[in-house]
Design a protein around this ligand. Structure first.
Ligand code: SF4
Length: 345
């Protein structure tokens, strides 16, 4: 039997006890095994609704952690490759976030609320929850930040600088931002700052440049350029559309046959869209891959599933179960639930 056949057989045996979410940037082999595929927001929402006893999360570690934070009592979350991390999430710790909040407070009399990107670890999410803040994703950052601005607050946004500044531009407050560097220094000064931006980044999305976009436009006059908001500010400003992975997918899926798209996000996802919509021209701006997402393969997924079967039969320990310490989980859950509540209103 192939690994895929073994995986299918275990899925059939476990039935509704098991669910396998996978992020859009996972490999085709993993997407083929998934019960649902999405970006980090969709996966968090779908995971919060599932009643499956075992969630085997195919994504990077912060996503599996978020599923564990939102899990219902008795639900178990497994991560087939614990070494699949996110360099951006590594760019801030709760300790640094506390220091940044303290420094930001010297620049404004407004209360500062942390908004942390989903791409962060449990300690940073817990920091946000503890200080009245929320998690956001690239699809809802503007709505979450606006919620706190409307209440007269300033926002400390972390860890992605590009998502922060692109969100600020969208909300018309790009000039009222201050960058805080990782050695806890203020890099720019603004009057009445409304957003303090941490200087983390995603190397996959920072790769895209204006020159690459010009080349794509020169190759096809009707080419539309769509990019992820983790791209650099000038790239987002030059693109025709900017949106989260799900928003990019929706825009392309809904476009008429014959449309041409140059896409600025992870290559495997762009490639899969090009195969799915052969009646449209869909080209990657560069072949920029998230190697972290590629670390999970069918063999590792199968080991996770076999550990569930063994656990059911003999009570043996689950392989790579995601455990978030209580003291972090409660505050991190508050931050995630605030995001879900703001989005429902
Ligand atoms: S694409 Fe970038 S932000 Fe997303 S997991 Fe990979 S490194 Fe992290």
């Amino acid at each position: 039997m192939t690994n895929l056949e073994k995986i299918s057989s275990i899925k059939k045996t476990l039935g509704s006890k098991l669910t396998i979410p996978a992020h859009h940037y996972e490999t085709d082999d993993i997407v083929a095994c998934a019960d649902f595929v999405g970006d980090s927001y969709k996966l968090a929402v779908d995971c919060s609704h599932t009643d499956a006893q075992y969630i085997v999360f195919c994504g990077v570690r912060f996503m599996a952690e978020s599923a564990a934070i939102l899990a219902k009592p008795g639900q178990k979350v497994l991560h087939p490759e614990p070494g699949s991390g996110c360099p951006m999430a590594d760019m801030i710790t709760a300790e640094q976030a506390h220091a940044a909040l303290k420094l930001a407070a010297t620049r404004t009399s407004r209360e500062i609320i942390p908004v942390v990107y989903m791409n962060s670890y449990a300690d940073t999410k817990a920091f946000a929850g503890e200080h009245g803040g929320a998690v956001c994703t690239s699809s809802n950052a503007a709505k979450i930040v606006q919620h706190f601005l409307d209440a007269g607050k300033a926002v400390l946004f972390a860890p992605d600088y590009n998502l922060g500044i692109n969100t600020a531009d969208l909300l018309g407050i790009g000039a009222q931002t201050i960058k805080i560097t990782r050695d806890i220094q203020l890099e720019s000064i603004a009057d009445d700052p409304r957003m303090f931006l941490w200087d983390g980044f995603c190397h996959v999305h920072k790769e895209f440049s204006l020159a690459q976009i010009s080349r794509q436009r020169a190759s096809d006059a009707k080419m539309q350029v769509i990019v992820h908001p983790e791209c650099n500010r000038e790239v987002v400003q030059t693109a025709d559309i900017s949106g989260s992975t799900s928003q990019i997918y929706a825009a392309i899926a809904q476009s008429p046959a014959g449309s041409s798209w140059a896409v600025g996000t992870e290559y495997q996802f762009v490639n899969r869209m090009a195969e799915k919509f052969p009646e449209k021209t869909i080209v990657p701006i560069t072949t920029s891959i998230c190697v972290e997402m590629s670390k999970i393969d069918q063999e590792k997924l199968l080991l996770s599933l076999e550990s569930i079967t063994n656990h059911e039969e003999s009570g043996s320990p689950l392989l790579h179960e995601v455990i978030v310490p209580h003291h972090l989980r409660d505050h991190a859950r508050m931050a995630l639930n605030r995001m879900l509540a703001i989005m429902e209103n």
